[in-house]
Each structure stands twice: as structure tokens, then as C-alpha cells.
Design a protein around this ligand. Structure first.
Ligand code: MG
Length: 378
């Protein structure tokens, strides 16, 4: 194996697990975390949760599952080049979206609005809640009992109020520290993955066009190069070749610019990483280009009227379900009724957040399709 840098997270400098367990045989502690994540129910459900498009709109669009796998591939490549802990970067990447609601950001916004008087809803925090509490797989503890560094990496943002309630894993939000470089990698890899695959999915859906992308330098530069080099290439291959170049450029840029930061801030230990400004970053030029692409996607894809119609419908499904369960918890499956005794709103939010897109649509029908009472029993 690649020799790790002195500022990488290792089993030796790890803050370990909440519940002590025997050392795993034949795999590292962080490989065990990755394995637990892959075997969780929440991970399997990512297959039927969306990023931008609802799951049944087309078989080739990214889902949260394929997105998470792409994030982990990019994160591992960066971690390996920087001599960091690839297994940890992989575990954080695979777990980073476990707490996402159905219907992507529209679902999260709707659930957050429903929960505004009950502590709000934030998908990062929910991902942590899934691995700390909601997965019921082990005899001795709730959740997956992951290592501190994996949990810390999952919690990307957090309000001061929530951080205070979280204990160790929330501390850095209160004292202004940074997470490990492996966690920072997963964060950047997430951004690289979604910006690029949203261009691909956006083009495939026909909601955006290559012509429009001529105004976005990051895409236009590579597009021009590809067309010059291969004048007779089919449109599909031009798109894939362009996106491949873009990912490669962004990954190389992050690696080079992070190496510069490591030198500039004289990082020689994990403590240095925690106390320095963010190390994993794009160069200024690439940061700007990424920002232009993001703005383009926001205006032309995420706010496309067809996407807005879908989001609007999705938000109604979420708020209808929330309202009906809050009024009568007896409509919840039994295990959530038990949780509702302690905190009704949080139990309802946990139930809704765990739903896949199609499950939420079906559940809405089961409860609200009054024309057909037999629907309720399916
Ligand atoms: Mg993500």
C-alpha cells in the first residue's frame, strides 16, 4: 500500500468508535466502516433517490447511489495521489448522502420547512443520524458505530446550536477547526462529481444544450479542444470526451493546489490540518470556472420550468405526508410510532427522509387516494 503522509488519518491517530469493538481481521478500521455503510439499508435506498431527476424519468440518469459511487471514485483518486487514507475518503464519500430525503433538494427544502418549529431538517445532520442511530443492524448498539473520523467527515455543515448538542463530532464547528484532509477530499469530490454529471444528465434530458454551454468556459474550452481533435465524432462521444477532460482537469487542479497549500501552511500533522485554513481547494482560476458552471446549472437546469414543476409536486407530497402523520401518528408504521412517543416531529421526519422517491409517491397514494380504499392496504 501507498505510504501515508504524516498528516493522514490512520488507525493510530484515530479517535476510534463510541463502542469499543475487537480489531477487525484482514481489513482496516476504515475498510470496516466502508463495508458497514455498503451493507446498510440506507445505502441500498440511495438507488431510488434522485439528484435532479425523479427516479422513474429515465434509466440512464444519475441516482444518489451512482452519484455516491462517482464521488468515492474521485475521492479515492485524489486521496491516493496525496498519500492520504483512501479507505476513509471512500467511506465518507459513500455515506455523505445517506440522510437525503426523496426528491433531492426540493424534498429537503420541503421537509426543512415542515420542521421549522421542531429544530429544522438538514440532510448532513440526517446522514449522521442514520449512521449513529437509525440503522438497526447490530445487537450491541444503535447505528453503525463508525469511527470518529468517518462521522466527522459526514457532517459537512452544522449550525452552532446543533453542534453543541452533538458532542465530540460537533466540536470543530464551535472552535473553528477543520476536519481531516480525507473529509475535505470527499467534499470537493462531491462538487466535482455533481457539476460534471449534471451537465451530462442535463444534456441527455434535453433541458440544456451544448450551444448554451458555450458561455461556460470550463465546458467550452474542452468542447473546442475535443471538436478540433476529433472533427467527425458523434455528439454523444463529444459530450463524454468533454466531460472526461473536465473531470480530469478539476481533479489535477485540486491535487496541485492542495499540495501547494500543504507546503505553504507547513502541514506536518493531523493537528496542523485541523488548525489550518481549508487545504483542499481549487486554484483561484478553477474556482471561478467552477462557479460559473454552478451558476449556469442553477439557472438553466435546476430552475428549468420542467424541473420546477417536478419539484413543486415533490414538495406537496412531502408536506402532505408530514401534515397527515403529525395529526395522527397511528398512521405511521409501528417502529416510528414508538419513536414518536419521545419526539413526534422528529420521528415523522425520520420516516419521510428515509423514503425513496417511488415509496413516497406510493405512500401518498395509499393515504390520499380516497377513491380507492383498497389502496391503503397495499
Ligand atoms: Mg452529494
Amino acid at each position: 500500500m501507498n505510504k501515508l503522509a504524516e498528516y493522514a488519518v490512520t488507525e493510530k491517530n484515530s479517535r476510534g468508535r463510541c463502542f469499543a469493538e475487537q480489531t477487525p481481521l484482514g481489513r482496516s478500521e476504515f475498510q470496516r466502516d466502508r463495508d458497514r455503510i455498503i451493507h446498510s439499508g440506507a445505502f441500498r435506498r440511495l438507488e431510488y433517490k434522485t439528484q435532479v431527476f425523479v427516479n422513474h424519468e429515465g434509466d440512464l440518469f444519475r441516482t444518489r447511489l451512482t452519484h455516491s459511487i462517482e464521488v468515492s471514485q474521485i475521492a479515492r483518486s485524489i486521496a491516493r495521489c496525496l498519500h492520504l487514507n483512501e479507505d476513509l475518503a471512500e467511506a465518507v464519500s459513500l455515506a455523505h448522502d445517506l440522510g437525503h430525503t426523496p426528491f433531492g433538494h426540493a424534498g429537503q427544502d420541503a421537509l426543512n420547512l415542515c420542521m421549522k418549529d421542531y429544530g429544522g431538517f438538514e440532510h448532513n445532520l440526517q446522514s449522521l443520524r442514520v449512521v449513529d442511530l437509525l440503522e438497526e443492524r447490530y445487537a450491541k448498539f444503535d447505528g453503525l458505530n463508525l469511527c470518529f473520523e468517518t462521522r466527522e467527515g459526514i457532517l459537512k455543515h452544522c449550525s452552532a446550536e446543533n453542534a453543541a448538542a452533538l458532542g465530540g463530532v460537533g466540536e470543530r464547528f464551535l472552535n473553528g477547526q477543520r476536519p481531516s484532509l480525507e473529509a475535505q477530499i470527499a467534499n470537493v469530490a462531491d462538487e466535482i462529481a455533481y457539476n460534471n454529471h449534471d451537465v451530462d444528465d442535463g444534456l441527455r434530458s434535453g433541458l440544456i444544450t451544448l450551444e448554451q454551454l458555450n458561455d461556460v468556459p470550463l465546458v467550452a474550452n474542452h468542447l473546442r479542444q475535443v471538436r478540433n481533435e476529433y472533427p467527425n465524432l458523434s455528439e454523444r462521444r463529444v459530450i463524454h470526451e468533454t466531460i472526461r477532460h473536465m473531470i480530469n482537469t478539476l481533479v489535477s487542479d485540486v491535487i496541485e493546489s492542495s499540495e501547494r497549500n500543504i507546503k505553504e501552511y507547513k502541514i506536518v500533522s493531523l493537528d496542523d490540518v485541523r488548525n489550518a485554513p481549508p487545504i483542499l481547494s481549487f486554484s483561484e482560476e478553477m474556482f471561478e470556472q467552477q462557479r460559473t458552471l454552478k451558476n449556469f446549472l442553477r439557472t438553466h437546469l435546476y430552475r428549468h420550468y420542467k424541473v420546477m414543476r417536478m419539484s413543486n409536486k415533490a414538495q406537496r407530497i412531502i408536506s402532505d405526508l408530514f401534515e397527515v402523520f403529525m395529526k395522527d401518528v397511528r398512521l405511521l408504521p409501528p417502529q416510528f410510532q414508538i419513536h414518536a412517543e419521545a419526539d413526534r416531529a422528529r420521528a415523522v421526519a425520520d420516516y419521510i427522509a428515509g423514503m425513496t422517491d417511488r415509496y413516497a409517491i406510493r405512500e401518498h397514494k395509499r393515504i390520499f387516494a380516497v377513491g380507492d380504499l383498497s389502496e391503503s392496504l397495499i
